[in-house]
Design a protein around this ligand. Structure first.
Ligand SMILES: Cc1cc2nc3c(=O)[nH]c(=O)nc-3n(C[C@H](O)[C@H](O)[C@H](O)COP(=O)(O)OP(=O)(O)OC[C@H]3O[C@@H](n4cnc5c(N)ncnc54)[C@H](O)[C@@H]3O)c2cc1C
Length: 454
């Protein structure tokens, strides 16, 4: 059994690391136990080709994400803008259009339909209380339907439906049929609106972090040094009496006065608690699955699409690789396109062999950007659903009736056990910014509880 500490944190993602840093600053002893052999969780930078690194997990930050922008500055990191100049590509059904700016010049009837649905979304989302969406007026009705049902009632054209389905898959990595309408509206409000979620300039995809987003985690980890212990997956947490005892799959045992579980809800559901957690908590985490994404970065000698007047941004309602951006490093070389196989497309693509998947991805890039896309110099993919300690992404979402029946169990501490992770945030839930908020909130809770106990 290792030396007892004030707080053990389960998970060295951004949420756990931020919580540890805050707790340490307040003079408490803290240890972070991480399952993987690295820190960062859903933030991961890998080598794409010789000396060139690229983000394989979360990567963008944007205006309105005050916490992550402040943390980037505090840690001495910097950002650079996502490349956006040139024409973007939109494919729907058999039609393809290119456009600049934010609004595609596509079927005006469908665009008007989408415009009025977005107006309704804005109004409805604004009414959802961010700290307690389950108390929303009419919350039962919203939570008793999927986001698809909610959208269907407000969309009158096939084109409008295809666009909103595409947007939903890009934002949630799940289909509108999967998600509770109440969760979707909460999530949109928590980000400050749908535009903030989908836009590059002025939105969540505006900027990248020089050297990759995992530097946030790596820099905090340097500060915390040997307070982080890697390769220690927590399997059991015993909070029967007094101190909490944590058991790892590595055979080690750890003791603390308080514990912050900073992992996604479906992973927290796999830990065995003794005594068992109150049933509301257990029922909630049974109803919060992860979305599903395979992220792919493809390298070329240069960003050839720019010479053709294209931005590298492409969206399609039917191609597996439905979302693509220019992900070239700030030096301008090599050229990199990042694509996402999301939701049903990830279901399909995960069943292919690696060679078949690569062909599918390259075929789609050729269809968007021409024959030059057929011959990459580098290809890197990551199926986040296949990661034992993530099991999907971008984040977890709530299925119908999860929030109104069990929502308060999302954050409410249970005895000495506290909950963090981006899914518990009230602003930018699902994003790096939300993970930071949850780390700060759980650190506040824990230090207050420890002070009260003295
Ligand atoms: C492909 C992809 C693209 C994304 N794009 C963006 C983006 O552009 N912008 C943005 O803001 N966000 C993005 N996100 C989401 C963002 O990465 C996450 O919201 C954020 O990193 C979550 O941090 P977290 O600390 O809450 O959780 P995690 O990062 O999941 O951290 C949890 C940690 O706990 C560990 N763990 C799990 N189980 C155990 C256990 N039993 N014992 C011990 N440790 C355990 C895990 O290994 C992990 O390190 C993206 C995510 C992915 C995967």
């Amino acid at each position: 059994m290792s030396k007892p500490v004030d707080v053990v944190i389960v998970g060295a993602g951004v949420a756990g690391l931020v919580a540890a840093r805050e707790i340490l600053r307040r003079g408490r002893e803290v240890v972070v136990l991480e399952a993987r052999d690295r820190v960062g969780g859903r933030l991961l930078t890998e080598e794409l080709c010789d000396g060139v690194t690229i983000e394989m997990g979360g990567q963008w930050v944007g205006p309105g994400q005050h916490r992550v922008l402040a943390l980037i500055e505090e840690l001495g990191l910097s950002t650079f803008p996502t490349h956006t100049s040139g024409r973007h590509i939109l494919e729907l059904g058999n039609s393809r259009s290119t456009y600049t700016g934010r609004i595609p010049l596509f079927n005006p009837v469908a665009m008007a339909d989408v415009g009025s649905a977005q107006w309704a979304l804005r109004r409805a989302a604004r009414k959802i209380p961010l700290d307690a969406p389950w108390t929303a007026r009419g919350g039962d009705r919203l939570d008793g339907q999927t986001f698809a049902t909610w959208l269907d009632r407000r969309l009158n054209t096939n084109g409008g439906q295809a666009i909103m389905r595409m947007a939903t898959e890009a934002i949630f990595a799940a289909g509108p049929q999967d998600i509770s309408a109440l969760w979707a509206l909460f999530y949109i409000h928590a980000a400050g609106g749908l535009d903030a979620l989908i836009n590059v300039a002025g939105g969540a995809q505006q900027d990248r972090i020089v050297g990759g987003s995992q530097r946030i985690a790596l820099t905090i980890a340097e500060e915390l040094a040997d307070r982080i212990v890697l390769e220690k997956p927590i399997t059991d947490i015993d909070w029967t009496s007094g101190d909490v005892v944590l058991y790892t799959a590595a055979g080690t045992t750890h003791r603390a006065r308080r514990v912050i579980v900073a992992i996604p809800p479906p992973l927290a559901a796999r830990i065995r608690f003794k005594p068992a957690l109150p049933t509301d908590r257990d029922q909630l985490v049974q109803r919060m699955p992860m979305g599903r994404v395979i992220k792919i970065n493809v390298g070329y000698p240069e960003p050839f699409w720019r010479a053709d007047g294209l931005s590298g941004q492409a969206n399609s309602g039917s191609r597996p690789l439905g979302t693509v951006f220019d992900n070239t490093p700030p030096t301008g070389s090599p050229g990199v396109l990042v694509g996402f196989l999301e939701a049903r497309h990830a279901d399909f693509a995960s069943k292919l062999s690696p060679q078949e998947r690569r062909s599918t991805v390259l075929d789609d890039l050729v269809a968007y950007f021409g024959e030059s896309a057929a011959n990459p110099i580098a290809y890197l993919e990551r199926d986040w659903a296949a990661e034992e300690y993530t099991r999907g992404c971008y984040g977890a979402f709530a299925a119908p009736m999860a929030l109104t029946r069990f929502g308060p169990a999302l954050r409410t501490p249970i005895g000495p056990l506290h909950w963090a992770g981006t899914e518990t945030a009230t602003a930018w839930a699902g994003y790096i910014d939300g993970a930071i908020q949850s780390g700060q909130r759980s650190a506040d809770e824990v230090t207050r509880a420890l002070s009260r106990a003295q």
